[in-house]
Design a protein around this ligand. Structure first.
Ligand code: SF4
Ligand code: SF4
Ligand code: SF4
Length: 156
């Protein structure tokens, strides 16, 4: 199940103290989910023992963020069957590497988003993904075309 900003918010101190640089705890929660802020930037949560239980719960809740890439995309390598569907359907691969990876052969560019290594999908450069950055588009093409559910996104 994806983590929601509300789940994060519920475990924050909810004082809107602004020490994290955000105007409210809710906006901080959104940015944590979007990976624009680290949970450690909420200093009261880590410095005030009154929040120790909430802090432990929150760190557990946010555990999947560690395995996610910059865009929130997560590849479960054990589930990958190496079909390359995700690479072929990716609009970025199609635009930048039409005769290489997007055509089902090895990449002809140096920094593709994905590459198959020993029959398993590896993330090479997720900053090229359409989900990356402030003007991101919530593309789901790779996930939707994976036959084995090896690709998922943090936010669903
Ligand atoms: S530092 Fe923590 S408690 Fe203060 S506004 Fe930010 S998220 Fe809320
Ligand atoms: S989300 Fe879209 S742009 Fe990003 S890797 Fe998947 S298919 Fe490519
Ligand atoms: S579509 Fe899924 S199974 Fe196929 S290479 Fe990509 S991650 Fe692996």
């Amino acid at each position: 199940m994806p983590i929601t900003p509300m789940e994060v918010y519920k475990l924050l101190p909810k004082t809107n103290c602004r020490k994290c640089g955000e105007p409210t705890c809710m906006s901080f929660a959104f940015k944590v989910i979007n990976r624009e802020k680290n949970i450690e930037e909420c200093t009261p949560l880590f410095e005030d023992d009154r929040y120790s239980r909430q802090r432990d719960e929150l760190l557990k809740l946010l555990e999947p963020l560690k395995e996610a890439t910059e865009t929130g995309l997560i590849v479960t390598e054990d589930l990958c069957v190496g079909c390359a569907n995700c690479i072929v359907v990716c609009p970025v691969h199609a635009a930048e590497d039409p005769y290489g990876s997007a055509a089902g052969s090895g990449p002809k560019i140096e920094d593709p988003i994905f590459r198959l290594e020993d029959g398993v999908l590896k993330v090479i450069n997720m900053t090229k993904c359409r989900r990356y950055g402030k003007n991101r588009i919530l593309c789901v093409a790779c996930r939707e075309n994976c036959p084995s559910d090896a690709i998922r996104f943090l936010e669903g």
